[in-house]
Design a binder for this molecule. Structure first.
Ligand SMILES: [Zn+2]
Length: 457
């Protein structure tokens, strides 16, 4: 078993995920290292921020510099100098979304889907490629990923029930092929995944650097020696399809389950419906990953629905465009089962690295009533109302020209410890590359702090 639940509060889960590169605390957020690097940040920066895992992109790394080259370099961990876990996506999403770009540029049809797989044109150089379920697994194994995703078809939105059914059936057939190929390769290369080999490799990696900043391994009995394989639930916005897809993936028996096909342009209320349909069906002893989301309030909602793993470009991308996340210190943000008292608790957390979430069991009736009221309000409204627990500050605004305070006075991130809003405003206005690093540091710190709060740390 790769997942251990240490605490459950309502549907929210706090636990540990065991991987071949160490134990990760859940729920967690993964900074995105698309091409083997988190934009503008070094692995050391990420570790200082407390990131325990990053996400690599199979499509991009396969095309450039190539998974075989990365394998010769010793795998992606070694290539990018990151000794903590890596999750890789299957490349499916990019095959479909970037194919459209090739069509604009080269006028070819871009993407052709068949039972066997997908042929597409690389929008950068116009070369033709073919991706199949087996190829995706092979590339991810070559990268040395800790968590591998099955190759799926992500249908666009809107999508008719008939189209969604057809696409889901293909996704399920591909998932079964991914599973079979994965098992075959693990068996064939059993020596590579031998327990003693993995343990001795780990200790050599650990002894290599002067500072051991890898994640703790577990005792021998629990050690994970091979990558984990995740199935992906599709089915668009249709309840029957989402539920059926979940059940049929569970029958195949994956190490973890992801919810895909969200954040593809559908209205956000569908996300909460999909979580309500799928999360209760997922096995309790397996990790659950919500792919490609989201805004802070969406992460809170998803954790509250029982999801464990997240990735999103929002903190780094928004930061690059001048939008910096700050806690709303006036808010008392409450959701069922726990509440954030931002004013006191965040300050305490920032100062003492200790934060308390009050469980509903400990709350009085008034709070329960308020929680119930809030549950009926969509998160987007929570975000817009005075109850929102955070806001974004646009550092490009002229009002920051002479603001010599940090982004947040009690934030412990490197940016806030050393630089002022006026300086960041100046760097952004003059397009200094340092701005990109400082903004990414602060916004990722905000996201990683939110996840710590949700873990009751
Ligand atoms: Zn900060």
């Amino acid at each position: 078993m790769s997942f251990e639940l240490s605490k459950q509060i309502g549907a929210r889960r706090v636990g540990k995920l065991y991987t071949k590169n160490g134990v990760i605390n859940t729920p967690f957020f993964m900074p995105i290292a698309t091409k083997g690097a988190v934009k503008n940040l070094s692995p050391e920066d990420l570790k200082k921020l407390g990131a325990e895992i990053v996400l690599g992109n199979t499509y991009h790394l396969w095309l450039r510099p190539g998974d075989e080259l990365i394998a010769r370099a010793g795998g992606l961990h070694q290539f990018m100098h990151w000794n903590r876990p890596i999750l890789t996506d299957s490349g499916g999403y990019q095959v479909f979304s970037l194919g459209a770009r090739a069509k604009e540029k080269y006028g070819t049809s871009g993407v052709k889907i068949s039972e066997e797989g997908v042929s597409f044109t690389d929008p950068i150089d116009g070369k033709k490629y073919f991706m199949s379920p087996e190829k995706s697994i092979e590339v991810q194994l070559n990268l040395g990923s800790d968590m591998i995703m099955v190759f799926d078809e992500c249908p666009p939105f809107p999508c008719s029930h008939e189209q969604a059914r057809k696409s889901m059936e293909l996704t399920l057939r591909w998932a079964a092929r991914c599973y079979a190929y994965f098992q075959q390769r693990i068996k064939q290369e059993s020596e590579k995944y031998d327990k003693e080999k993995v343990i001795s490799h780990q200790s050599s990696v650990r002894n290599e650097g002067k500072l051991d900043d890898s994640l703790p391994m577990t005792d021998d009995s629990r050690i994970v020696t091979r990558p984990l394989l995740f199935g992906i639930v599709q089915g668009s916005i249709y309840e029957d399809l989402r539920k059926e897809c979940t059940q049929r993936l569970i029958e195949i028996g994956f190490d973890g389950y992801a919810i895909g096909g969200v954040a593809v342009g559908e209205p956000r209320q569908h996300l909460y419906e999909i979580l309500d349909w799928v999360a209760p069906l997922l096995p309790e002893d397996k990790p659950r990953y919500l792919m490609g989301l989201g805004r802070p309030e969406e992460l809170v909602k998803a954790v509250e629905a029982g999801m464990d793993m997240f990735d999103c470009v929002i903190p780094t991308r928004e930061g690059r465009h001048g939008r910096l996340f700050i806690w709303n210190k006036q808010a008392e943000f409450q959701i069922p089962n726990f509440k954030f008292q931002i004013n006191d608790q965040i300050s305490n957390f920032q100062k003492n690295s200790k934060f308390q979430i009050l469980n509903s069991e400990e709350s009085d009736n008034d709070i329960k009533k308020t929680n119930a009221d809030i549950e009926n309000v969509p998160c987007s409204m929570l975000h817009d109302s005075s109850e929102a627990f955070y806001e974004t500050l646009n550092i490009a605004n002229e009002k920051f020209t002479e603001d010599f305070t940090p982004i947040e006075s009690d934030c412990q991130c490197e940016t806030c410890q050393n630089f002022t809003r006026a300086y960041l405003h100046h760097l952004l206005k003059t397009s200094e590359p340092l701005y990109l690093k400082l903004a990414s540091v602060h916004n990722l710190h905000f996201y990683l702090t939110l996840m710590k709060l949700l873990r009751n740390e």
